[in-house]
Design a protein around this ligand. Structure first.
Ligand code: CAA
Length: 292
């Protein structure tokens, strides 16, 4: 099956990034949101990112030519003829299931459904539709326009040709796809989440300060960001949600949220997006570690 038209559900950070890389790759893209203002915000971000790429000469076409392949809509029916629909809405299982059930009646029967979820079971989502064999996970990484990886997740029901089509689609987006199966967390979060949680535990136990632990992993291991900078970047409420799903699945302490993470989330300190997390971002260019 050849993919020509791409649908994206959600125009937040991940959805707009997925829409952007799809348009850069030459696909016609339709993005669905609940309100026009979310589309406007997402598309403004895409335009800023395309302008940066144009400045650096990393895109072959003009930003305008790429932008012309991107359409926004608040009407699900506009996704009817999509060959693949990638969902990147809020990590709420009931919301996602409702959306998939509605979409199932609208999108052509051979359209592929893909979810960008980082922790919800693809099997559970697929069961909300009448097309389980045409359902996969496509897990992208933030910031999508820069991060090279996509995890391609198969379930016990995924058809071989659907998996192959999705894998090739990932390549066409300029990503390096990796094959994985529907075990909560897939490859990256299976390894990344315990590492980030261990950094919080190390801090709680007085092993080092926030800044020193970050610098240690950055400069000692060559990671682009230390664990606390990364936690704030991913979002503490997102990480907390992922830990709950992973702990529920595996019942292992390494996936359990340390008390400090839970308290930051209860306080509404979600990281960069709220201006406060492990660091204070009052001066965004010069974040200062909070006293926790
Ligand atoms: N579009 C275009 N250009 C962008 C951009 C975007 N969306 N975002 C940043 N850039 C540009 C910047 O403007 C900057 O350009 P200049 O060099 O001209 O200034 C360049 O990219 C580099 O950015 P920065 O200088 O801000 O910082 P950096 O060199 O540290 O790179 C980074 C940024 C790529 C995010 C890097 O820090 C990094 O790789 N961090 C780790 C990110 C990571 O681990 N992501 C995965 C999180 S886990 C996840 O997403 C999944 C999950 O399920 C939780």
């Amino acid at each position: 099956m050849e993919i020509k038209k791409v649908g994206v559900l959600g125009c937040g950070l991940m959805g707009s990034g997925i829409a952007q890389v799809s348009a850069i790759a030459g696909f016609e893209v339709t993005v669905l949101e609940v309100e026009q203002k979310f589309l406007d915000k997402g598309f403004a971000g895409i335009e800023r990112s395309l302008a940066k790429f144009a400045e650096k000469g990393t895109i072959k076409e003009t930003p305008q030519a790429i932008r012309a392949r991107l359409n926004g809509t608040t009407n699900m029916r506009d996704l009817a003829d999509c060959d693949i629909v990638v969902e990147a809405v809020i990590e709420n299982i009931d919301e996602k299931k409702k959306m998939y059930a509605a979409l199932d009646d609208v999108v052509k029967p051979d359209g592929i459904f893909a979810s960008n979820t980082s922790s919800i079971s693809i099997t559970e989502l697929m069961a909300a539709t009448k097309r389980p064999h045409r359902f996969i996970g496509l897990h992208f990484f933030n910031p999508v326009p820069l991060m090279k990886l996509v995890e391609v997740v198969r379930t016990i029901a995924t058809a071989d040709d659907v998996f192959q089509t999705a894998y090739e689609f990932g390549k066409k987006l300029g990503k390096v796809p990796v094959r994985t199966s529907d075990k909560t967390g897939f490859i990256v979060n299976r390894l990344l989440v315990p590492y980030m949680l261990d950094a919080i535990r190390a801090y709680e136990e007085g092993v080092g300060s926030i800044e020193d632990i970050d610098n240690a992993m950055k400069l000692g291991c060559g990671y682009p960001m230390g664990p606390f900078t990364l936690l704030d970047f991913v979002g503490l409420e997102t990480t907390y949600y992922i830990t709950q799903v992973m702990y529920d699945e595996f019942k292992e302490r390494r996936f359990a949220a340390p008390p400090l993470l839970k308290r930051l989330v209860m306080a509404g300190w979600y990281g960069r997006k709220t201006g406060k997390g492990f660091y204070d971002y009052s001066d965004p260019a010069n974040p200062k570690p909070n006293k926790l």
